[in-house]
Write a protein that binds this ligand. Structure first.
Ligand SMILES: O=P(O)(O)O[C@H]1O[C@H](CO)[C@@H](O)[C@H]1O
Ligand SMILES: O=c1cc[nH]c(=O)[nH]1
Length: 255
């Protein structure tokens, strides 16, 4: 049995197997969109941009925002690839993570393009169950969450869009979100649903790292308001606002 691999100690100081990044190639704070095609949206805010790596769903670029070295890495969709990205980014020096995703609203009054700041996640995923007890909370770093509320409000000031904060759900199965589940989440007061934050929060807590999330609302599952069709411009505006809020938090907290 002595030949069994211990993944907690394998490849620690090397180029990482899935994200293709070596220690020294990135900074201490990473913005995490789901989609690799959204990593360049982060880069639009940065100076001295470098394309660092792109392997599988994990694309990484770095650059400077107001003098701070920022890393942007895509997680892909769902908790399994998100947990891998957080684990491997931590091994190459990242200590703080801010997910900048899209998410569907579960309460009336939230519209596509609005910003949603996470205060915690209902862990409806299989990945975190492999890491911890079912009662373990999936919660952001409190200072990051508070800062995201403030920076999101500042970024959205004067616009027609709003900022909401609350508990989100993290689901594994986009197409298994049936009407009963959506109604139950809404009745529980859950603000929005996405597919990555529980893994980011749990892995971050277990490894002594910090994490937070600000998403753009892509659709509202209880009002039927969706981005399909002419609302897409609003989602892009929401993504850009969420990225700016995350960058301002990175600067404000010196992440
Ligand atoms: O747009 P991203 O950040 O990928 O986030 C949301 O979009 C995907 C589903 O459409 C899931 O990954 C969900 O969390
Ligand atoms: O889980 C998710 C994420 C985004 N949009 C949805 O409808 N569900």
């Amino acid at each position: 049995m002595s030949d069994i691999v211990d993944k907690s100690s394998v490849g620690l100081d090397a180029r990482q197997y899935h994200i293709d990044i070596a220690p020294g190639e990135v900074g201490t704070v990473a913005l995490l969109p789901g989609d690799p095609f959204r990593v360049p949206f982060v880069a639009e805010f940065l100076d001295h941009v470098k394309d660092v790596a792109h392997k599988r769903e994990h694309r990484t670029m770095t650059g400077y925002y107001k003098g701070r070295l920022i890393t942007a890495t895509s997680t892909g969709m769902g908790c399994p690839s998100t947990a891998i990205a957080v684990e491997e980014l931590a091994r190459v020096g990242v200590t703080s993570f801010i997910r900048v995703g899209s998410s569907a609203a579960l309460q009336p009054g939230v519209e596509p393009g609005d910003l949603l700041v996470s205060e915690g996640s209902l862990r409806n995923d299989g990945t975190t169950a492999a890491y911890v007890h079912h009662g373990y909370p999936a919660i952001p770093d409190l200072a990051i969450a508070q800062s995201l509320k403030e920076t999101a409000a500042a970024v959205m000031a004067g616009s027609e869009r709003s900022v909401f904060s609350g508990i989100n759900a993290t689901d594994d199965a986009f197409y298994a979100e049936g009407p009963e589940w959506i109604a139950e989440l809404s009745r529980m007061g859950i603000l929005n649903v996405e597919m990555e934050s529980s893994a980011m929060y749990v892995v971050a807590r277990l490894r002594g790292l910090r994490a937070g999330m600000v998403c753009a609302c892509s659709s509202n599952l209880v009002t039927g308001d969706s981005v399909y069709g002419d609302k897409n411009a609003r989602l892009k505006e929401g993504w850009m606002a969420s990225i700016e809020a995350a960058l301002e938090t990175a600067v404000a907290l010196e992440l």
